[in-house]
Design a protein around this ligand. Structure first.
Ligand code: NDP
Length: 324
């Protein structure tokens, strides 16, 4: 990427998009994860172009003439929203992905890195998850619409590459957290939801109650680390095969460790307990980052407690503008 490059990041206003933007704004210029002199970065939001609409997608491309695309835009929701709307989650995401990939092909974009999610994996699968296991069985029934739409991107990438030689690929992040997350208690993922609940418990002097036993294990990746990994993929990875972007299997943390770290970072001194009568979800679903580390030659992830503290500090400073 030594020629002038215009990099369009769809979903640029979201959690992951802002993680990439942070790297571009803060990493040393010219460094492996910093902005290069020949690059222009565009972070697009839905008000600029609704990617479900082919005409708006075309206009967005005509405006910026991107040479490279990181495609993050998606209709994302919690488990209840997904269960109530599998058709909507499937259609909206398929429309966005199809418009984005086909327009990229027509406009001769040099490379597209699209974002999948670990829910693309089969419900019944041997752990750890690896890149080779995506299509080995149906995804979990709760969000099958979203999962199939995401999974199809891998098929589209292969088809465009085979028929037209397009350099399309995809990344599979595990659970992401960081500044500019969605903290809406009806839609949020577990970590921002716990942050918001702890904030309200402190403000209202009520108990901080964490649903479930606190024992399940998850791999959480900091959005600013993920930003670096997307930048690496865009610049240095040229294969169609997806890459799992995650901390290692040995870096899983329990929900209790997450809640403890939030209590500490928020300096919450009130009553704090678990409610084991509420469902725990799957005990663990580890994903392997072996391929990623081998390709990159190693990567230093931000320690979990430090990343969580930075995320809590952002939430406290930006509560008025955050998605609550
Ligand atoms: P956010 O909800 O924070 O951001 C979603 C982004 O998509 C926003 O910028 C939003 O724009 C944009 N968007 C939504 N609908 C449209 C549309 N119709 N047209 C154009 N843009 C649209 O999500 P995340 O940052 O968390 O997710 C980014 C990607 O990462 C997604 O593909 C998601 O599947 C994936 N992912 C996320 C994980 C997580 O834990 N968060 C885990 C694994 C994968 P606006 O805000 O302006 O409406």
């Amino acid at each position: 990427m030594s020629e002038p490059s215009v990099i369009l990041v769809t979903g640029g206003s979201g959690l992951v998009g802002q993680g990439i933007k942070w790297c571009i704004d803060n990493e040393p210029e010219g460094s492996r994860f910093g902005k290069k002199a020949n690059e222009t970065w565009i972070f697009a939001r839905s008000s600029e172009a609704d990617l479900r609409d082919a005409e708006q997608t075309k206009k967005l491309f005509e405006k910026y003439k991107p040479t490279h695309v990181i495609h993050l835009a998606a209709l994302v929701g919690g488990v209840f929203a997904n269960m109530a709307g599998n058709a909507t989650f499937m259609r909206d995401n398929m429309l966005m992905n199809d418009n984005l990939l086909h327009t990229s092909y027509l406009q001769q974009v040099k490379k597209v890195v699209s974002c999948l999610s670990t829910c693309v994996f089969p419900d019944k699968v041997d752990y750890p998850l690896t890149e080779a296991k995506i299509h080995l069985g149906p995804p979990h029934p709760s969000n099958f619409g979203y999962s199939h739409a995401k999974r199809t991107v891998d098929i589209q990438n292969r088809a465009y590459r085979e028929q037209y030689g397009s350099n399309f690929t995809s990344a599979i992040p595990t659970n992401v957290f960081g500044p500019a997350d969605n903290y809406d208690l009806h839609r949020a993922h577990v970590l921002p939801a716990l942050m918001h609940k702890c904030y309200l418990a402190k403000k209202n002097n009520t108990p901080f109650v964490v649903f479930g036993s606190g024992k399940p294990l998850r791999q959480f990746i900091y959005s600013r680390d993920l930003g670096k990994l997307f930048i690496w993929m865009l610049r240095e990875y040229d294969d169609v095969e997806p890459v799992i972007l995650s901390v290692g299997e040995n870096e899983e943390v329990t929900i209790k460790e997450v809640a403890d770290a939030i209590v500490k970072a928020m300096d919450f001194k009130g009553e704090y307990r678990f409610d084991p009568s509420k469902a725990d979800g799957q005990y663990r679903k580890p994903a392997s980052n072996e391929k990623l580390l081998k390709l990159m030659g190693g990567f230093e992830f931000t320690p979990f407690e430090q990343a969580l503290k930075e995320s809590v500090d952002w939430f406290l400073e930006n509560y008025e503008i955050a998605r609550t």
